[in-house]
Design a protein around this ligand. Structure first.
Ligand SMILES: Cc1cc2nc3c(=O)[nH]c(=O)nc-3n(C[C@H](O)[C@H](O)[C@H](O)COP(=O)(O)O)c2cc1C
Length: 321
């Protein structure tokens, strides 16, 4: 688009960026390749300094720092989803919208960046000591009032898949005929007894990006899925495979689900949970409609998971946002 408006514009990018520009747009001319530490004097006191932060999120990602105004153009790092609602800057957003932006930042992180958390930590490390007055990412709010807040959030999110996350539970469930749904209510009753915050998502009704976001931050997960053709109910399998791609590791997890004759959902769950290094409670599977004894067990399952999640040491909340 920029090339259409200004055909003579020079593209400044990394070596990997140059290959992508050619691959995506067929552009080979007027490209200047830069690397970490390179500087570009724009005149009038403005100087750009480049730092490569590969794989946050694509391989060519680089941040650009303008020394005079102390602005960090951070590319995919420190971005958010969300619609601007009339405000471009964090210091313009009314307090009532702050939770919205926090949710959208986490949803962006979980869906776009989570797989690359080690690179995020490395990138944050490489920026330590840089005096930053404003962070202008390619997506979402521009952070002018409190740029440190977005760095702290990213630091927190990057640790979710190498450490325990928030002491909360994300319940993901699906049901064709309602049998697994009956058990869901028993499990939720058990969780409620321990007063642990809970998010409940039905698949495939909820967009997987929202499921992923709540599951990513929660230390505890509940997966409720019936058997379908000797395996797991496909929409649930899709969501769990997404969890695997985004490295939702080290969760405490409870599984339940109804089957008709052979079962099979549990086998798929076990194989996926092993790949994600999950700490699982005894699974609860049942034939058709759950009995009252099985429902009691469901309640106990929810309560046990919630009590374990409650006892995970909570990370200190960052005060800056
Ligand atoms: C398309 C389809 C395929 C199924 N495949 C199996 C199967 O392979 N093995 C099995 O034990 N039950 C199978 N079932 C039975 C369901 O697992 C059983 O009805 C269960 O109670 C459904 O739980 P729900 O009411 O929560 O949907 C199948 C049901 C459907 C509709």
């Amino acid at each position: 688009m920029l090339k259409l408006l200004a055909p003579d514009v020079k593209i400044i990018t990394t070596q990997k960026g140059a290959a992508l520009v050619e691959g995506f747009f067929g552009i080979k001319d007027n490209i200047q390749v830069v690397k970490t530490g390179d500087e570009l004097d724009l005149g009038k006191g403005k100087k750009l300094k480049f730092t490569e932060i590969p794989n946050v999120h694509w391989p060519e990602t680089m941040v650009t720092y303008e020394e005079d105004s102390k602005i960090l153009f951070s590319s995919d790092a420190f971005g958010s989803f969300g619609v601007h609602k009339g405000c471009l800057f964090d210091d313009q957003t009314p307090d009532i919208n702050k939770q919205y932006w926090e949710d959208e930042m986490l949803r962006y992180y979980a869906n776009i960046v989570a797989t690359f958390s080690p690179m995020v930590l490395k990138a944050i490390d490489s920026l330590s000591g840089v005096d930053i007055k404003m962070i202008a990412p390619s997506h979402g709010l521009v952070w002018r009032g409190n740029p440190k807040a977005v760095i702290n959030k990213y630091l927190r999110y990057a640790n979710y898949n190498k450490d325990f996350a928030e002491p909360e539970i994300c319940v993901v469930w699906g049901s064709m005929y309602g049998n697994t749904e009956i058990m869901l209510n028993a499990v939720l009753k058990g969780i409620a007894m321990e007063k642990v915050p809970v998010y409940v998502h039905r698949v495939p009704n909820v967009d997987p990006s929202f499921v992923l976001s709540d599951a990513y931050k929660s230390a505890g997960l509940v997966i409720g899925a019936p058997t379908y053709e000797y395996g797991m109910f496909p929409p649930m399998k899709y969501n769990l495979e997404l969890f695997q791609k985004k490295h939702l590791w080290y969760k405490k997890v409870a599984f339940f689900g109804s089957y008709g004759w052979s079962g099979g959902a549990l086998k798929d769950f076990e194989s996926l949970s092993e790949k994600m290094k999950w700490d699982t409670l005894n699974p609860l599977t049942f034939k058709g409609h759950p009995t009252s004894e099985e429902l009691k067990k469901g309640e106990e399952l929810g309560r046990e998971l919630a009590s374990q999640v409650k006892n995970i040491p909570s990370k200190k909340k960052d005060e800056n946002y």
